[in-house]
Ligand binder design. Sequence first.
Ligand SMILES: *Cc1c(COP(=O)(O)O)cnc(C)c1O
Length: 402
Amino acid sequence: MDPRYHEFLAGELAQIRQQGLWKEEWPILGAQGPRIRVKDRAQPVLNFCANNYLGLSSDPELMAAAHRSLDEWGYGLSSVRFICGTQGLHLELERKVAAFLGMQDAILFAACFDANGGVFEPLLGPDDAILTDRLNHASIIDGVRLCKAKRHVYDNANMHDLEAKLREAAGARFRLIVTDGVFSMDGTIAPLADICELADRHKAMVLVDDSHATGFMGRTGRGTPEHCGVHGRIDILTTTFGKALGGASGGCIAARQDVVDLLRQRSRPYLFSNTLPPVVAGATLRALALLSTTTALRDRLESNTRTFRERMTAAGFEIKPGVHPIVPIMFTRFAPDDAPLAQRFARALLDEGIYVKGFFFPVVPKGLSRIRVQISAAHESAQIDAAVAAFTKVGRALGVLG
Ligand SMILES: *Cc1c(COP(=O)(O)O)cnc(C)c1O
């Protein structure tokens, strides 16, 4: 290899470290769950940073369904869907996930990243406009880039700015508003009622990526459209099976029949990438069946979240208000020293047996460093108690609490 290229890589890598952006992977020594063992620590730690919202990642029933699917349908398909990669299982999952989300049909992808990568380009062209929230997920940003429609970025959840951008794009043939249902750094929910209102007024369409909501937000877990009272008014939903629905992998786009029909013909990650493995399809079907018969898990998640939010506020912490199980603990009072503080805080919590992640500039803006806690239905009350106690102890030791 060209020796200059090695030098170039060394420079890039050094720069990532200098900017404090180096991501260290910390192996966990066993299955995902609320209590895990991690590398270099003798004692298990309580896990408060997984997307395992409903505790289904290592759920015995889901694992049994995965085993049955493996036995019945095999391990891999070695094909894309339209050659010889469609099993009855995939069609059933598409039907069931569409019904769960209140849509006519759904189309499966290996991941929601692929769903977002493959949703815009087939549906819109150079005469169209996409209005996209500034804080949307990286996969939406990439998917929009692959599409020839004109892009208008509006400020996070800012309806004045969205309306201004809708006016700016008034000459477009079709306009599509695109938003995350939940913004994952803040745990805040997109104002979908207002967005649908604006969409109606301006004859625009709405796409919501509900990856951090499917299965638990809303009274029956249908996601942010249900939570916001606009179930049935969203034109296109994308979501993941890699978070609340078992957490393995896979994603989908759910929409009207004609939208899904066109995507099956033209969406490139669907046409040119391998079929979702039957193990994942079978376990996801089991998750949907479970969530369609009982709201017990999402109810428990809601109550765990409320308890944690109330007790952290009572303890004197500054948390971003809201109802989502993503709970950011903020250090704004300590700016400009908030970034080292968040790092020290997360390390000290690990010493107390609580595993959480700190986020600071440039991942979030300066002065908005935080520890992002994620609550699960699988957390027992004693584990929530332990987390609040550890936060309080570390908060006193580091001068965050009086
Ligand atoms: C996690 C996430 C994705 C990616 O989902 P995968 O199935 O893991 O690829 C896409 N969009 C949003 C909003 C997410 O939170």
